[in-house]
Design a binder for this molecule. Structure first.
Ligand SMILES: C[S@@+](CC[C@H](N)C(=O)[O-])C[C@H]1O[C@@H](n2cnc3c(N)ncnc32)[C@H](O)[C@@H]1O
Length: 336
């Protein structure tokens, strides 16, 4: 098991909410600043721009030559972030576009923004997306069963629960929710059709899962649907592979994940260069990998940050440095 790295938020004046707005409070913002930025005049990408909190933190950590480029698939987040960072945009230090991070290479290529010095992926949804009932992410409020991060594109959660077969629904709940009652709940969902709102779905779960397990099950069921609606794990795998092509040698990647399905993928890829977690060896038996995880193991939020921002409790930050392709033929240095 990996050791977790102690967290230090001293440069935020000890205020973990320094970059927070009503839209979203970014987690581990000091650690991202301190560990991602290796060149104050460099080029950085936040491919999960959200409310622009981390982007602002990065801009603050950079010198006047430093640039930040933002990507988000949610047009509402993009508009909020651009508004917040309008000063940096007009100074030519910030630019943002609508897009998904699975198209990272093409988006950055079109902007002539390759290679880059650092890439941030702060996965999942923003607080605003969860808190807005009309987006359909939360079982706590009534809203349409939508759950799309980009509300103009793709399948809704309503389409999934009302049209997918029972076995497919079971697989979704099992695989993406790690839900032990997956078969039972998939059957109950099919029986209860049609389901239109978040409350309709929550009631099915509440009817079949008594307390104290109800809230945990609701969380897992909603997480599973959100992951499938937004193809979150495919997006992550594509982005990690493309990161290897766009980050310069010696540049860094920072990935913040909020559940084990994401963190496992980040850990395996950044440690071994594949999603199976299988070490590859050269002719001499030395481990070869495109990244060196630095430090080895996740960084977690301090108690003070978790107290100020409970969402930080589940956050795991992994940082890695892009190795030289020639160096890949050499042994991976011992990791501290
Ligand atoms: C946790 S929030 C990021 C918050 C941001 N770091 C901040 O400081 O406000 C995640 C954001 O990533 C966006 N997102 C999630 N998956 C994405 C993807 N595959 N491509 C682009 N944006 C994505 C979501 O729409 C959301 O705005």
């Amino acid at each position: 098991m990996s050791a977790t790295e102690p967290h230090d938020d001293s440069s935020n004046g000890g205020d973990p909410l320094r970059y927070a707005t009503d839209f979203h409070a970014p987690v581990l913002s000091h650690d991202v600043q301190a560990r991602l930025v290796t060149d104050p005049a460099g080029r950085y990408v936040d491919a999960t721009l959200g409310g622009g909190g981390h982007a602002r933190a990065l801009l603050d950590a950079l010198g006047p030559e430093g640039r930040v480029f933002g990507i988000d698939r949610d047009p509402e987040a993009l508009a909020i972030a651009r508004d917040r960072l309008a000063d940096a945009e007009s100074a030519g230090r910030f630019r943002a576009v609508h897009g998904t991070f699975s198209t990272l290479h093409d988006v950055l290529g079109a902007e002539e923004f390759i290679p880059i010095d650092g890439l941030l992926l702060d996965l999942g949804v923003s607080s605003h997306q969860i808190d807005a009932p009309e987006r359909g992410f939360s079982f706590r409020d009534e809203g349409p069963l939508d759950m799309r991060m980009d509300p103009h594109r793709g399948l809704t959660a309503q389409q999934v629960v009302n049209t997918w077969g029972e076995r497919d629904l079971r697989d979704v709940l099992r695989e993406y929710g790690e839900e032990s009652r997956a078969g039972h709940l998939a059957h109950a969902i099919v029986e209860a059709r049609p389901l239109r709102t978040t409350r309709d779905l929550a009631e099915v779960v509440e009817e079949h899962v008594p307390p104290p397990d109800t809230v945990g099950t609701l969380t897992r069921v909603f997480q599973a649907l959100r992951i499938v609606v937004n193809a979150e794990l495919d997006e992550l795998e594509d982005a990690l592979e493309q990161a290897t092509e766009v980050v310069r040698t010696g540049g860094r990647i920072a990935v913040i994940s909020y559940h084990s399905l994401e963190d496992r993928r980040a850990k395996r890829y950044l440690r071994y260069g594949n999603f199976e977690g299988e070490p590859r060896r050269d002719l001499y038996g030395n481990l070869v990998a495109p990244w060196t995880e630095t430090p080895r193991g996740p960084i977690e939020a301090s108690e003070a940050e978790v107290e100020a921002n409970p969402r930080a409790r589940s956050a795991r930050l992994r940082v890695a440095t892009r190795r030289d392709d020639e160096e890949m033929e050499a042994p991976v240095p011992p990791l501290s």
